[in-house]
Write a protein that binds this ligand. Structure first.
Ligand code: SAJ
Length: 425
């Protein structure tokens, strides 16, 4: 079976690679010529554990081909971005709404190749109704009818960056068809490589499932961030509170932090607000709480600088979360930019990032030596086991609970987000 995967980014590329390695003839395409050139020369453009070797294996098998245009195929998988734009709708102002341009131009690109019995699957996270009300009309301009002449389904990607290749196979899959025949046809394809359960439903329900999952996480992170504020006021430590509350069999509190980044959780809840602007105050509020976290971190560091005097500030981590190279929507960007623009002496170290707006330090050790303030923004593994002597005399602000008592010398001053007590450990 020939599959054409449209969009070779964080989801499309691992999907194309997995399918090729499971025996499909895969034609991957991306509108970015630089990406296609790089891939054609045997180099992957994103950091993801195991991706490069799996990609090379797929290329060498002769079953993976890359191009800037779609090829005729039996099935099309659309995995393009759905960014969000500032909204002009009065009910959404000052918020943003989904931009379906990439999804719709992918559909346009498929159109000349669409024939009877083809299967078209959208994987991009999309507002409810996208498959039925936006994708279907474009594809039906072919003169073919979705559900009878060709099959149309929505199947959200659910993989966790950092564990994509494993989760693409092991996670359960939701497949929402425009009708049940479409869901079944799409299931036949995923059934070739998915080892988790595959659950069939309609396409709008599948779109809602995806958005609900990420919104669940966003709302719970907002709750943790709010609990952190309460703990600071009442003289408790939120990390202990979360850990102990989670001993309850029906409680699963999330972790507080410097904010929510990435291209999913910080974006997707807005698609639900867009669908029902007057009925989603909780979701909107959670977004606002999480978006305000970087400003809280900035205020806390500024207060330390005010009372302890100026000095070089080392920021540890730039990415949106641990052990990835992705900086999209990272809360660190706002925090670091603030201090850089306010004239503070800043140092930045992130072992996963090669290029950034400000110079990056080459070694963790060297960077810490130069710093007076050490701000932990990302919980990369590299930051977990630090030579305690390096931190002697430093003023530390930890937004991720990386500092454990034993790892810090007595004369370091440690401040922890969500904890009232300055921990002199
Ligand atoms: N974060 C916290 N506290 C937490 C958990 C996360 O502050 O307790 C922050 C992280 O530091 C990061 C952001 O939230 O800045 C998002 O990180 P994440 O690991 O929660 O999620 P993503 O964006 O990397 O991946 C999510 C996943 N969704 C869920 O776990 C429900 C993934 O399965 C999805 O495939 C992905 O979104 C997506 O593409 O939608």
């Amino acid at each position: 079976m020939k599959i054409c995967v449209i969009g070779l980014g964080y989801i499309g590329l691992p999907t194309a690679v997995t399918m090729a390695n499971r025996g499909f003839e895969v034609y991957g395409c991306d509108i970015r010529e630089d990406v296609v050139e790089k891939l054609a020369s045997g180099t992957v453009h994103i950091e993801e554990p195991g991706l490069e070797s799996a990609f090379l294996a797929a290329l060498q098998s002769g079953r993976l081909h890359v191009d800037t245009k779609p090829s005729p195929a039996d099935a099309y998988v659309i995995a393009v971005p759905t960014p969000f734009l500032k909204s002009d709708r009065p009910s959404m102002k000052p918020y943003r709404e989904a931009d379906l341009t990439y999804v719709l131009s992918a559909a346009e690109a498929i159109l000349p190749h669409l024939k009877k019995e083809c299967v078209v699957i959208l994987e991009s996270t999309s507002p409810p109704g996208t498959t039925r009300d936006h994708l279907r009309p474009v594809l039906e301009r072919s003169g073919l009818t979705a559900g009878t002449d060709f099959y149309l389904a929505y199947s959200p990607e659910r993989v966790l960056p950092g564990a994509i290749l494993r989760e693409i196979i092991s996670n359960d899959r939701i497949i929402g068809g425009i009708n049940s025949e479409s869901a079944r046809k799409a299931k036949d394809i995923y059934g070739e490589f998915v080892e988790g359960g595959i659950f069939e439903t309609d396409c709008t329900t599948a779109e809602m499932v995806k958005l609900s999952e990420n919104t669940y996480r966003d709302v719970n992170i907002a709750l943790a961030n709010e609990l952190a504020k309460v703990c600071e006021l009442v003289g408790s430590n939120v990390w202990d509170v979360v850990r102990l509350a989670n001993e309850h069999p029906r409680v699963q509190l999330h972790q507080p932090g410097p904010g929510v980044g990435g291209h999913c959780i910080a974006v997707d809840p807005w698609f639900l607000v867009e669908a029902a602007p007057h009925d989603t105050p909780l979701i909107r509020n959670a977004r606002e709480v999480n978006d305000a976290q970087p400003a809280r971190v900035i205020a806390k560091i500024a207060a330390l600088l005010e009372s302890r005097g100026p000095g070089p500030i080392l920021f540890l981590g730039v990415t949106y979360k641990a052990n990835v190279d992705d900086m999209r929507e990272s809360p660190c960007l706002e925090i670091i930019r603030h201090f850089a623009e306010s004239g503070a002496e800043i140092l930045v170290f992130d072992p996963h990032v090669e290029q950034y707006d400000y110079p990056l330090e080459e070694s963790l050790k060297g960077a810490i030596k130069k710093a007076r303030y050490v701000v932990y923004l990302v919980d990369h593994d590299e930051f977990k086991f630090m030579d305690p002597e390096l931190l002697a005399g430093k003023v530390i602000f930890d937004t991720r609970h990386l500092i454990v008592e034993k790892s810090v010398p007595a004369d370091a001053e440690v401040h922890l987000l969500g904890s009232a007590t300055k921990r002199k450990v």
